[in-house]
Design a protein. Structure first.
Length: 267
């Protein structure tokens, strides 16, 4: 049995074994006993994850892939430990699942060859569950991977960069060409690793921080005194040099400082 890639699910099956192994090896295996793979397809990455100590749970929306993983995959890989204690399969949409409930609030690393059409949403869900996600690694469209990892001063630095890097240390690992997929996508892919910071609590209200970052980048070409005018800035606050900058010039620390200034101003 084999599985046909489905366009409406954004499936592009990785065919290069060495790249699959390199993605699996992006995990440090520190600080967790569970790994969740999103969108395993035919298990090209899964088999390398199963060689590790952690219990592997895969989550797949495609019923054909789920049937393959249940029935054919264990037979094709009899050398791997596919017992219930080490390997489990969940059919469903990651974006609609409660991972805190599934893993009983235990620490779980997230990994995958992520569908391009929902990859940004997957990152935001990992951020939302950061208390339980010490590590996150996987393959994205290269442009998205670079955006997550980018530092201030760049045109591709934005909301995704700041909100991810506020809680995780991000490393861009390597680029993957379209030729190693079936069917090949039209763009390069990039593999990144996120490791949660030791202190990932913000010294400011998180909801306000998110609001400040998103509002600032919604008009990224404008100076902050213009893009943040909905916060009803006082005249004295507008004189602060930070408000003469554009959002892409601010580091994560700068955004935290900016949020503190706005809170002190009484927003």
């Amino acid at each position: 049995m084999s599985v046909k890639a489905k366009k409406h699910l954004g499936q592009h099956f990785l065919t290069d074994e060495s790249i699959a192994k390199d993605i699996a090896d992006a995990l440090t295996e520190n600080g967790y006993d569970d790994v969740l793979e999103i969108g395993p397809g035919m298990g090209v990455l899964t088999k390398y994850l199963l060689e590790k100590k952690a219990k592997v749970t895969v989550m797949e929306l495609d019923r054909e892939s789920v049937a393959y993983l249940h029935d054919t995959f264990p037979l094709e890989h009899i050398n791997l430990n596919t017992s219930k204690e080490h390997f489990s399969i969940i059919e469903g949409d990651f974006l609609k699942k409660d991972i805190q409930e599934i893993f009983q609030k235990k620490q779980v690393a997230i990994i995958g060859n992520f569908p391009y059409n929902i990859s940004t949403q997957i990152v935001f869900k990992a951020i939302e569950n950061k208390e339980f996600v010490p590590e996150f690694a996987g393959m994205f469209q290269k442009e998205v991977a670079m955006r997550v990892a980018e530092k201030e001063g760049s045109k591709i630095y934005g909301i995704l960069s700041v909100l991810t890097q506020a809680f995780f240390d991000v490393e861009y690992l390597f680029t993957v060409p379209p030729t190693v997929f079936n069917p090949p996508p039209k763009v390069d892919s990039g593999v990144i690793r996120l490791i949660r910071k030791k202190d990932y609590s913000l010294p400011v209200d998180e909801k306000i921080f998110f609001r400040v970052v998103k509002t600032a980048f919604n008009q990224r070409r404008k100076m902050l005194r213009s893009s943040l005018k909905s916060f009803q800035l006082s005249d004295s606050l507008k004189e602060d040099p930070i408000f003469a900058k554009r959002p892409e010039q601010l580091s994560v620390k700068d955004f935290i400082s900016l949020t503190q200034k706005l809170i002190e101003n009484g927003i």
